[in-house]
Design a protein around this ligand. Structure first.
Ligand SMILES: Nc1ncnc2c1ncn2[C@@H]1O[C@H](COP(=O)(O)OP(=O)(O)OP(=O)(O)O)[C@@H](O)[C@H]1O
Ligand SMILES: [Mg+2]
Length: 343
């Protein structure tokens, strides 16, 4: 390695961050993704001290003693708890730049959801600045997800990207480095978990926590009938008897539980298609719909959207990382970054 490069690597660091409702990812320029952890912070109620962040905090979810509390600082894609969000970001930034002794504060690109207010945008920027960024670029998540998914965003050609995250489903049509149309609903993965909790409560008098609900969704949840039926044992508490109970449910039941959430997402896609300018609709017929976000890993969600829209539907290679990868790529193209970043 040349001295110059060695120096540069020690002096400068540029980061891309996806501050998501469910997961936070950090990409370090020249290295790749170095943080991919749940957006959760466990705080000591008495002292206000941070007890755990990320994966460790998620393991503690639903199992914390009264003295500590688990907080998700992001809700519906926006900062719900400013102070905790700052602590979390600070922790992740330190973790990513660990023992590299940077003398110069990092430049940071952050993906933000479309349709958030100016005040909410400002809050994201402030959090990053307070976490010691020298310069902060905000880019809309559908843009970074498209770059992450290698879509030709600079061409005069419509691309529809549907990001099903934890808090929001964001649908955008992109052409010529800009968002031509977008539609966002605050319904996504978290709502699915909640729907499963409610369903099991009603049908089986079984109370389960959010972590279990998420596991059920990942294991046997689906948006369209599966080729092979699957079942799962679920442990929780019987609401009448108050004692632990195990039941067995199948994919059909969980599909039923998720139906209202899935159809809300499909509806949003249909609304977006109806509002897309006709020239771009033609492109979408040819190029199809691209799915990103963890929610697109729900079994057969692509099949369901294909069925209902009659359009080709593709899932990006790694839906959970598309936003941060795209933002990370933009660190190499400062001109493009400046062009498409928001104030
Ligand atoms: N295999 C899977 N099946 C179904 N859902 C999944 C699967 N894997 C992850 N998820 C869900 O994906 C969601 C997280 O996705 P992602 O990390 O893209 O969200 P986020 O970016 O944090 O949220 P947002 O974009 O709304 O702020 C969670 O609700 C999680 O349960
Ligand atoms: Mg996201």
């Amino acid at each position: 390695m040349s001295l110059l490069r060695w120096l540069k690597e020690r002096l400068f660091c540029d980061l891309a961050i996806d501050l998501g409702t469910a997961n936070t990812l950090v990409f370090l320029k020249g290295k790749g993704i170095i943080v991919q952890e749940p957006s959760i912070v466990v705080i000591n109620r008495q002292t206000g001290k941070v007890e755990a962040v990320g994966k460790r905090a998620k393991d503690m979810l639903g199992k914390t003693p009264a003295s500590v509390v688990a907080i998700r600082p992001m809700r519906d894609g926006v900062i719900a708890d400013f102070e905790i969000a700052e602590k979390m970001l600070d922790y992740f930034i330190k973790k990513s730049t660990n023992n590299r002794g940077f003398l110069i504060r990092p430049r940071i690109v952050i993906g933000i959801p479309t349709g958030i207010t100016q005040v909410e945008r400002r809050a994201v920027k402030d959090v990053a600045l307070r976490a010691k960024a020298s310069e902060v670029f905000l880019i809309e998540q559908p843009m970074s997800a498209s770059v992450g998914a290698d879509l030709p965003i600079s061409e005069p050609m419509g691309n529809m990207i549907v990001d099903i995250g934890g808090g929001t489903t964001d649908i955008a049509v992109i052409s010529l480095n800009g968002i031509v149309f977008n539609h966002s609903i605050r319904i996504a993965g978290n709502e699915m978990d909640e729907a499963i909790i409610q369903y099991l409560k009603k049908k089986y008098n079984l109370l389960i926590g959010e972590k279990t609900a998420e596991l059920v969704k990942m294991e046997i949840g689906s948006a369209y009938p599966l080729d092979e039926p699957i079942t799962m044992e679920i442990k929780g508490r019987d609401l009448r008897e108050g004692i632990p109970k195990t039941i067995v449910v199948d994919d059909q039941e969980i599909r039923e539980a998720l139906e209202h959430v899935v159809s809300a997402i499909i509806n949003a896609v249909k609304i977006a298609l109806e509002k897309t300018p006709p020239e771009l609709s033609a492109d979408i017929i040819d190029r199809g719909i691209i799915l990103t976000g963890g929610g697109s890993l729900l079994k057969n969600v692509d099949k369901r959207i294909r069925e209902e829209t009659k359009l080709p539907v593709f899932i990006t290679e790694d839906p959970l990382t598309a936003v941060v990868l795209g933002a990370g790529k933009m660190l190499d193209d400062l001109d493009l970054l400046k062009k498409i970043s928001l104030m």
